[in-house]
Design a protein around this ligand. Structure first.
Ligand code: CU
Length: 172
C-alpha cells in the first residue's frame, strides 16, 4: 500500500464509522427504551385499535414499570386515541396530564407511585393503562388505595384494572 491508498483507506474507515453511528441512532428510535437527555430511559406505549391479542382499543403495553425520571411516550399508532391521568390515581405530588387526540405525547415521571391512565374516548370500553414508577412498599396496597376510584369506573375499565393490578402483583 502506498501512502495515498493508506490515507483513502483511513477516510473510508471514518466514513463507515460515521455512517454506522447515524444508522445506530436511527435504529434506537424504534427500540423500546433509549436514553433521554437527563439520563432516564424512554418507554413507548402505543395507542392501538387492535392489540396483539386481538383486544379492541388498547394501550400496548398497558402495564409498564419504570424508574423515577424515566420518560413515557404515548404513540398515536392508530387514530382517535389520547392518554390522560385518572383523577385520584396518581401520586399526590404528580402533575396530571392529558394529551390531545392523535398527538404523540411524552411525559417524564419523577414522582414515585402508580399512575392510572385512560384514553378519554375509549375509557368506557376499558382502554386504560397502569404505570408504576419505582418499587416502593406502597405497591402492596396500591390496588386497595385505588379501589374507590376503580369502583366508580365503567365495568370494562374496572375489569381492565383488575388485570393490570394482577400483573403488578405478578411482577413483584
Ligand atoms: Cu382510545
Amino acid at each position: 500500500m502506498n501512502r495515498k491508498s493508506v490515507l483513502l483507506g483511513a477516510i473510508a474507515a471514518v466514513m463507515i464509522m460515521v455512517a454506522g453511528t447515524a444508522f445506530g441512532e436511527g435504529e434506537d428510535e424504534d427500540e423500546h427504551e433509549d436514553e433521554d437527555e437527563e439520563g432516564g430511559e424512554n418507554f413507548e406505549i402505543k395507542m392501538l385499535d387492535v392489540g396483539a391479542t386481538g383486544k379492541m382499543m388498547v394501550f400496548e403495553p398497558a402495564f409498564v414499570m419504570v424508574k423515577p425520571g424515566d420518560t413515557i411516550t404515548f404513540v398515536p399508532t392508530d387514530k382517535g386515541h389520547n392518554a390522560a391521568t385518572i383523577k385520584g390515581m396518581i401520586p399526590p405530588a404528580a402533575e396530571p396530564f392529558k394529551s390531545k387526540i392523535n398527538e404523540e405525547f411524552s411525559v417524564t415521571l419523577n414522582e414515585t407511585g402508580i399512575y392510572g391512565i385512560r384514553c378519554v374516548p375509549h375509557f368506557g370500553i376499558g382502554m386504560v393503562a397502569l404505570i408504576v414508577v419505582g418499587t416502593p412498599e406502597y405497591v402492596e396496597d396500591a390496588e386497595e388505595d385505588a379501589s374507590e376510584v376503580v369502583e366508580s369506573m365503567p365495568a370494562k375499565a374496572q375489569q381492565a384494572f383488575a388485570n393490570l393490578f394482577a400483573q403488578l402483583k405478578a411482577a413483584q
